[in-house]
Design a protein around this ligand. Structure first.
Ligand code: NAD
Ligand code: MG
Length: 378
C-alpha cells in the first residue's frame, strides 16, 4: 500500500490521477488532497477517497461530514498538508510557480516526487534538482514528453540528443496576422489534448514547448543545444531519444495523460491506466515539421532564457503567467503575450539566484512590470 498526496487534485492532471488510483484501490492510499478554490469539487473527492489531510488555498466552510479530515487553508496549505501527511509519494499537479514551495516541501518529507508542475523546474530547476540529489529523492516526470524520454532511457545508456514532440497547438496552421488576433475560444480548442486553461494557452503560443525544453534540461541534465523540438500534429509519438549509434527510441500511445501518470505512479512497474491502446492502422499518417519561430516566438524566447540563466527563466515565466492570465480574462490580445514576455526578458538585468527567496523576489518583480505593461494595453 503506497500512501500518496495529490496537490492540485481538482485540475486536469489531479482528476486523471485519481481516476488511475481508483482503478488500483488495493495499491494506493490517498492521504492528502489539495486545491486552490474549487471547494465543492475537492469536497466530492474527499468524500470519495477519505484522505486524513486536505487543503484549500482559499478558505471555505467545511461540511459537517468532512470534519474527519484535518484541514489547512491559505497560500501555504500544500506545505502544511505535506508536512502533516508525510506521504511516500507526492503528485505535484499545481499550475504555475505557486507550486514551487510545494515541490520543495515534498522533497523534504516524501520518498518520491511525481512532477507535473513544470513551472517549478522552469523557475527553480537548479535548486529543485540539487535538493532532490542531496536527499536522494527521485523526481518522476508526469509531463507526457518527459515521461516518454524517461521510458526510452530505461536501458541506462546515455542519450546524445533528446527530441521533444509538440502538437503545435490550436493555431498551428494560422497566419502570423490571424494569430495576433486569436480569441480565447480559438485558443482553448486544443486539437489533441484536454488540459487546464493556462497550459492550453501555452500550447498555442508554443511557450509550453519552451518550458518543456527547460524542464528536459533539468530532468535529464542535457544542454540546451542537445534538445530539439519537432512539431508532430497527431500527438502519437510523445518524444524520442537519439543515441550515439544513430538509433532513435520513441514512446508512442494515444493522447491520454493517464498513460504518463500511471507510469510515474507505478514506476518501475507498469499498470493498467484506463487508456485505449493505440491503433496504428487508424492513427496515421504521422508527420513531423520544424517549429516556426517567426509565428511562434515564445519557443525562441525560452531557449534564450535557458542560455542566459535562472534569473532570465524566472522573469520569462513570471511575465508569461501574468500575460496568460490577462489574455484569459480578455484584457489583452493573444499577440500581446509574446510581446510582453520578450520585453520583460530583454529588460531584466542579470542577477544571481541562490535560494528560493531569490526566485520569489525575481518572479514578483517581473510579474509586476508585466502587469504595468498589461494595464497600459487595456
Ligand atoms: P489545472 O488548471 O487543470 O489544475 C490546476 C490545479 O491546481 C487545480 O486543482 C487548482 O485548484 C490547483 N491549484 C492552483 N494553484 C494552487 C495552489 N497555490 N495550491 C494548491 N492548488 C492549487 O491545470 P493542469 O492542466 O492540471 O496542469 C497542472 C500542471 O501540470 C501544470 O504545471 C501543467 O503545465 C502541467 N501539465 C499538465 C498537463 C495536462 O494534460 N493538463 C500535461 C502536462 C503537464
Ligand atoms: Mg507536455
Amino acid at each position: 500500500m503506497r500512501e500518496i498526496a495529490i496537490l492540485g487534485a481538482t485540475g486536469s492532471i489531479g482528476t486523471q490521477a485519481l481516476d488511475v488510483i481508483a482503478r488500483h484501490a488495493g495499491d494506493f492510499r490517498v492521504t492528502a488532497l489539495t486545491a486552490h478554490s474549487n471547494a465543492n469539487e475537492l469536497f466530492a473527492f474527499v468524500r470519495r477517497f477519505r484522505p486524513r489531510f486536505a487543503g484549500l488555498v482559499r478558505e471555505a466552510p467545511i461540511p459537517e461530514d468532512l470534519r474527519f479530515c484535518e484541514w489547512f487553508f491559505g497560500e501555504d496549505a500544500n506545505e502544511h498538508v505535506l508536512r502533516a501527511a508525510k506521504p511516500h509519494d507526492a503528485l505535484c499537479a499545481v499550475v504555475g510557480i505557486a507550486g514551487l514551495p510545494a515541490v520543495m516541501a515534498a522533497l523534504e518529507v516524501c520518498g518520491r516526487v511525481l512532477l507535473a508542475n513544470k513551472e517549478a523546474l522552469v523557475t527553480g530547476g537548479a535548486l529543485v534538482m540539487e535538493e532532490a540529489a542531496r536527499r536522494g529523492v527521485p523526481i518522476l516526470p508526469v509531463d507526457s514528453e518527459h515521461s516518454a524520454i524517461f521510458q526510452c532511457l530505461q536501458g541506462g545508456q546515455e542519450p546524445r540528443r533528446l527530441i521533444l514532440t509538440a502538437s503545435g497547438g490550436a493555431l498551428r496552421t494560422w497566419s502570423r496576422e490571424a494569430i495576433q488576433r486569436a480569441t480565447v475560444q480559438d485558443v482553448l480548442r486544443h486539437p489533441t489534448w484536454r488540459m487546464g486553461g493556462k497550459i492550453t494557452v501555452d500550447c498555442a503560443t508554443m511557450m509550453n514547448k519552451g518550458l518543456e525544453v527547460i524542464e528536459a534540461h533539468y530532468l535529464f541534465g542535457m544542454p540546451e543545444e542537445a534538445i530539439s523540438v519537432l512539431v508532430h500534429p497527431q500527438s502519437v509519438v510523445h518524444s524520442l531519444v537519439e543515441f550515439v549509434d544513430g538509433s532513435l527510441l520513441a514512446q508512442l500511445g494515444v493522447a491520454d495523460m493517464r498513460v504518463p501518470i500511471s507510469y510515474a505512479l507505478g514506476y518501475p512497474r507498469r499498470m493498467e491506466s484506463g487508456a485505449a491502446p493505440l491503433d496504428l492502422l487508424s492513427c496515421g499518417p504521422l508527420t513531423f515539421e520544424a517549429p516556426d519561430e517567426e509565428r511562434f516566438p515564445c519557443l525562441r524566447l525560452a531557449r534564450e532564457a535557458l542560455r542566459a540563466g535562472p534569473y532570465a527563466m524566472i522573469a520569462m515565466n513570471g511575465a508569461n503567467e501574468a500575460a496568460v492570465a490577462a489574455f484569459l480574462e480578455n484584457r489583452i490580445s493573444f499577440g500581446a503575450i509574446a510581446n510582453i514576455v520578450e520585453q520583460i526578458l530583454d529588460s531584466t538585468p542579470p542577477e544571481r539566484i541562490s535560494c528560493v527567496e531569490d526566485v520569489y523576489r525575481m518572479d514578483k518583480g517581473a510579474r509586476s512590470r508585466a502587469n504595468v505593461k498589461i494595464g497600459r494595453m487595456e
